[in-house]
Design a protein around this ligand. Structure first.
Ligand code: NAP
Length: 307
């Protein structure tokens, strides 16, 4: 039986991957979490190399999907050592354990390895990260591919998908400010209108990951670097407008034409997805349809101000 370990199964992307893999009823899926796991998830601190090695030996997976990371740029900027421990050192120990076991590793990376000045970015374009997050993820990519020759880096842009709290994705974290701006007498909510993003739906990424795992199960794993991206360019200000529409609120948004973040961020890192497209892989759900489904599911459980 084909066995897949999903490390970081409690996160935004990891949850979508586990949900998608449930469709492969003949596979065994072993999800792990650290602080937010449920009863079905093994607890694994990926910073503990011995625990990682013991986990891989015990479970003996054929494939490992690594979705655990420190993905918040501001946190990485303030504590680059902690970011490295997760985004670089943990990748090394997982890749080494996988190599010993003969397992294929798919590790998630980011469009922030590029500087955002010359999109679209092809796989072979030179990375040039602007912040500590991008640096740590780029080093993680290199460490993965140096440690194992049976591994794939999958670079992704801004993600959104089913959430457990508004804070969870940079897309939906805009919702409380949008809702507040619609209250009588409220200030307009400032929204970045400088950087272009390609918000990508986590169930679509999970679908791509399942297709990649199917190739691995068939003995034809994709190796090296691949990229996947949504194809609807938007600034955060555009995203906020679409969210307000989906929420049915009269938001007052103030478009910011220059960057306002303390941590430097790239302007436009559009990722070229042609390697996976040429393999016949991929799925793209339209932003409006996806965001309505996400908001409906979440607002049935919590009001924006309460989450
Ligand atoms: N979110 C985005 O917009 C975005 C964009 C591009 C690329 N990415 C990349 O996509 C991947 C997944 O991101 P995400 O948004 O799903 O992240 P997330 O929601 O922040 O989830 C992070 C995951 O890492 C786990 N984790 C944290 N510390 C750990 C530790 N010491 N040991 C084991 N697990 C640990 C968390 O587990 P607990 O919560 O259980 O502690 C959680 O499952 C990351 O590689 C990220 O860099 C994300």
């Amino acid at each position: 039986m084909f066995k897949v370990a999903v490390i970081g199964a409690s996160g935004l992307l990891g949850r979508a991957v586990v949900r998608e893999l449930a469709a492969e009823t003949a596979w065994q899926v072993v999800p792990t979490a650290f602080r937010h796991g449920g009863p079905q998830q093994a607890v694994l601190d990926v910073r503990d190399a011995q625990a990682v090695s013991a986990f891989v030996e015990r479970e003996a997976p054929d494939a490992i999907v690594l979705a655990a990371a420190e993905r918040r740029p501001d946190v990485c900027e303030h504590d680059p050592a902690a970011a490295r421990a997760l985004n670089v050192d943990a990748v090394r120990s997982i890749a080494a354990a996988a190599r010993r076991r003969g397992a294929w590793v798919l590790s998630i990376s980011t469009d922030y390895v590029f500087d955002g000045t010359r999109p679209p970015y092809r796989i072979e374009d030179a990375p040039n990260p602007l912040n500590a997050y991008g640096h740590s993820k780029l080093e993680g990519e290199r460490v993965l591919l140096e440690t194992s020759d049976n591994a794939l880096v999958l670079r992704l842009p801004l993600l959104y998908g089913p959430i457990v709290g508004w804070h969870e994705s940079a897309v939906r974290s805009l919702v409380p400010a949008i809702v507040a701006s619609a209250q009588p007498g409220a200030q307009a909510a400032p929204m970045d209108a400088w950087a272009t993003r390609y918000p990508t739906f986590t169930p679509d990424v999970a679908f791509v990951i399942r297709e990649l795992l199917l190739r691995c199960a068939d003995g034809e794993p994709v190796r090296g670097i691949a990229q996947w991206s949504g194809d609807e360019p938007m600034t955060k200000s555009d995203i906020a407008g679409r969210l307000a529409q989906a929420l049915g609120v009269e938001a007052r948004l103030l478009a910011q034409p220059t960057p306002t973040d303390a941590t430097p961020r790239p302007r436009d890192c559009h990722l070229d997805s042609s390697r996976l497209e040429a393999l016949g892989m991929g799925r793209r759900t339209s932003f409006d349809a996806a965001i309505r489904a996400v908001l409906d599911a979440f607002t049935n459980r919590a009001a924006p101000g309460n989450a």
